[in-house]
Design a protein around this ligand. Structure first.
Ligand code: HEM
Length: 508
């Protein structure tokens, strides 16, 4: 019997037309809208009407140029916890980090990352299930420990010296340079060396290695796909293979490069103070290590998570200092009184500087290097977050940028004031717990110490040696860091002129 044949009451078959597709779709849409409005357990969470019945507004916002600002505006209208789609909420209250990301009691399941957001690197640390994550984090712990960093110091120093040689060349020849670009050259070079045993050679070449454009395209494509997957998981399952076919060239180019680089690194000497060392199998020692795929996925994660973020923080700090002369003067005073020569400024010695730490924290608050959200899925028993019960499966976003620009969390959030981290009573009502630029809990940033040390060493050395002057008048009139977003910030050039500090020439 074909699908259009039915038995009639008198036993004679007759042909019926199937319901037109548009009626089925309309019926489904109406039923979903009614369910989401009146029966969905999230119905009491405040939010825009359209968002409560359809994932489209959240999808369009995520694909727009200003998702960070739009999410903040939503919270200012609807409060701390906002329903952003039928099964998603966004939180902007200071304790949200602890409630959603915090360490769990024994036996309590974790709120795992939304699988749609980590699909491309599923075997790596960032999307691993609880057990695999603990195992991978354990293997990587040594490379990211204080001891590991001490072993990496000569390798890192080599790249920092290279960056300063480039600065010197520009300075001697009286040429300006785009610091945003140079910080990116530097941070990719260093992560290349720590992840593959080979720098990308950006600084030597004065332009990006061709593969970096591929990985950046990969990052943006992955971001767009992730939001689509969250909005329409079934549709994604249908059109995903098609989308992959179009993206296949980028993905296979990326995978081939990754495999070649990782294989080259694995063939190097048995031990090298880098990120791969802890993950690779060591049969002589009976160590299993990780699979080649897991190592490749982690190497991708290191490059994406560790390069651009560091460069964003460095460029942001430089710009904010150039436009806040009183902060710059105070910081120079601290640096000058701490070091007699450029050589004294190391990864470890720069970490001690208290005012520099406050400048970096304030930079990451105003211009967080990781600005968005990697949503979590509430574990199967559900959780109470911001006073609302969220059932298992709810997707929860916490946006860094919006959290730090929320006046409910920070007094005068648009003002760059490192003093807020040093006990200034003007900022006594700030909710410090809201500030988690490296995330929190067991999945917080493993590279936090490395990032802090690198950034502080470079900032201290830059300001010890040079006066930094902005070249483009435009950025004196409007904020350079108020940028359009496409997975991360779309950064315009930050052209500066570096002028040697005469007094340092004498003392060095
Ligand atoms: C200013 C610099 C940096 C910032 C602001 C930053 C921020 C973050 C944040 C917010 C997360 C959590 C992401 C999530 O929820 O999925 C994270 C995770 C991570 N970061 Fe960073 N990061 C920085 C530098 C680095 C560096 C230098 C590395 C070194 C390779 C690194 C490696 C990682 C890794 C491997 C994870 C995943 C950790 C895990 O899942 O256990 N990051 N980072």
């Amino acid at each position: 019997m074909d699908s259009t044949t039915r038995w009639s009451r008198d036993g004679i078959t007759k042909h019926q037309e199937p319901l037109p597709v548009w009626i089925v779709a309309l019926g489904h849409t109406l039923w979903s809208a009614l369910y989401n409005l009146y029966f969905n357990p999230l119905r009491k969470v405040p939010g825009p009407f359209l968002s409560s019945i359809s994932p489209i507004p959240l999808l369009l916002m995520s694909w727009s140029d200003t998702p960070h600002k739009q999410i903040l505006a939503l919270h200012q209208n609807y409060g701390d916890v906002v329903r952003t789609s039928p099964d998603s909420v966004s939180c902007l209250h200071a304790t949200a980090w602890k409630e959603v990301y915090g360490h769990r009691k024994p036996g309590q399941p974790e709120n795992l990352k939304h699988p749609g957001f980590v699909a491309e690197v599923a075997s790596g640390i960032i999307g691993a299930d609880t057990e695999t994550h603990t195992h991978q984090r354990h293997l990587l712990a040594q490379a990211f420990s204080a001891q590991g960093m001490q072993r990496q110091e000569p390798l890192i120093r080599h790249h920092v010296d290279r960056l300063f040689r480039c600065f010197e060349e520009h300075c001697t020849e009286g040429r300006s340079l785009d610091l945003a670009k140079w910080f990116n050259f530097f941070s990719f070079d260093i992560i290349g060396d720590l992840s593959f045993g080979e720098s990308f050679g950006n600084m030597a070449r004065g332009h990006f290695h061709p593969w970096i454009a591929t990985i950046m395209e990969f990052f943006v494509a992955q971001h767009d796909m992730a939001h689509f997957r969250r909005a329409y998981p079934l549709l994604e399952a249908m059109v995903g293979p098609l989308a992959k076919m179009f993206a296949a060239k980028i993905i296979s180019k990326h995978n081939m490069f990754m495999r070649t680089q990782v294989a080259k690194r694995l063939a190097l000497e048995p031990s090298r103070p880098d990120f791969i060392d802890g993950m690779k199998p060591d049969h002589a020692q009976g160590k299993e290590g990780l699979s080649l795929e897991a190592i490749c996925h982690n190497a991708t994660i290191f490059v994406v998570a560790g390069s651009d973020t560091t460069a964003i923080a460095l460029a942001g700090a430089t710009y904010l200092l150039c436009t806040h002369p009183e902060v710059l003067a105070k910081l120079k005073e601290e640096i000058d009184s701490s070091f007699d020569s450029e050589e004294q400024i190391t990864l470890l010695s720069a970490r001690r500087l208290r005012y520099l730490t406050a400048v970096l924290d304030e930079t990451l608050r105003i211009y967080p290097a990781a600005l968005g959200s990697v949503p979590r899925r509430i574990q199967r028993h559900g959780e109470t977050v911001g006073g609302h019960f969220l059932p298992g499966g709810t997707s929860v976003d916490i946006w860094h940028w919006a959290m730090y620009h929320n006046p409910a969390n920070f007094t005068e959030p648009e003002v760059f004031a490192p003093e807020r981290w040093l006990g200034d009573p003007r900022f006594r009502n700030d909710k410090k717990a809201a500030f988690q630029p490296f995330s929190t809990g067991k999945r917080s940033c493993i590279g936090q110490n490395l990032a802090h040390s690198e950034i502080k060493q470079i900032m201290a050395r830059l300001l010890w040696k040079y006066h930094v002057a902005l070249v483009d008048r435009e950025w004196l009139e409007k904020p350079w860091h108020d940028q359009r977003v496409r997975a991360s910030y779309v950064r315009p050039p930050l052209n500066v002129r570096l002028i040697l500090r005469q007094e340092k020439l004498k003392s060095d």
